[in-house]
Write a protein that binds this ligand. Structure first.
Ligand SMILES: O=C(O)CCC(=O)C(=O)O
Ligand SMILES: [Fe+2]
Length: 278
């Protein structure tokens, strides 16, 4: 077993892992220890990794099955598992991709469990990723809100009515492949057994069974409560940081606090997911 070190990054969430090279063969005990670190800290940053896109896809296989991304033009050539997250549009205009709070892949029946992000090019300062601990959000939710949402679920869509982030236009086939899905608002994590608030401001269209104004009112209340800084941890990247987060109990967004003239390119992989249950 590899005796790597785990150092918490904040009281709320996040841990830094050092003393392991994931390109080496990783045995089952080491894998379990890494999975436990993710369970306990929700977001981990494995330091000093050197990964080209093929190696990143292979490293993700230590933890599960990487998904082949269905928006092919956003992936690395010939590696359908590795998505390019760039602050340039296809016609080279600056933008910040994913700058609003979300959890990945919730428009799927079985949303990705873990996401891996590895910086290819970083700006000089800033350009980190912000995270929310959704267990803490749920635990601290006022009782009246907890009661109100206990049996509710939400309709998630690729292009939801309330989405403020720009998403790729889908072909007819891609649209057919991604019908809207319904997930409970309270989610139990299969490994920790704990409950979290499972929301996605980008992809939730409405609360199932609610009319739009009532749904919007409740969602706004949940979002405003969740976005408080006391539930957040902000990660700043250094070259070689492999960051892995658990989409089942966190939200995240790209921080836009840097000079957009500087290039920022990340490589990303998502793992096959599982059905959401409360
Ligand atoms: O670029 C980032 O910091 C986050 C991007 C994102 O949301 C993702 O890769 O899922
Ligand atoms: Fe994301």
């Amino acid at each position: 077993m590899v005796e790597f070190k785990v150092r918490p990054l904040s009281d709320l969430m996040g841990a830094e892992i050092s003393g392991i090279d994931l390109r080496q063969k990783i045995d089952k005990d080491t894998t379990d220890k890494l999975l436990n670190a993710i369970k306990d800290h929700l977001v981990i940053c494995i330091k000093n990794q050197k990964l080209n896109p093929t190696e990143l896809a292979n490293v993700s296989r230590i933890f599960g099955n990487p998904k082949k991304y269905f928006v092919q033009h956003e992936t690395v050539d010939n590696i359908p598992e590795v998505i390019v997250v760039s602050n340039r549009t296809s016609d080279n205009k600056p933008r910040v991709y994913a700058s609003h709070w979300h959890t990945d892949d919730s428009y799927r029946e079985k949303p990705a469990t873990l996401t891996f992000i590895y910086p290819e090019t970083l700006p000089k300062n800033g350009g980190g990723t912000d995270f929310i601990n959704c267990y803490s959000v749920f635990q601290n939710l006022p009782e009246h809100l907890k009661g109100k949402i206990s049996n509710l679920s939400a309709i998630h869509k690729w292009q939801s009515r309330r989405n403020v982030s720009k998403v790729a236009k889908l072909s007819k086939e891609q649209e057919e492949e991604t019908p809207e899905v319904e997930h409970p608002l309270i989610r139990t994590h299969p490994m920790s057994g704990e409950k979290s608030l499972y929301i996605n401001p980008n992809r939730i269209d409405h609360i199932a069974g609610f009319n739009n104004p009532d749904s919007d009112k409740l969602l706004d209340e949940l979002y405003e409560f969740s976005f408080q800084s006391k539930f957040q941890y902000s990660h700043s990247y250094q070259e070689g940081d492999l960051v892995i987060w658990d989409n089942r109990c966190t939200m995240h967004k790209a921080n836009s606090d840097y000079d957009l003239k500087q290039l920022r390119v990340m490589h990303r992989v998502m793992l096959e997911g599982e059905k959401v249950y409360s």
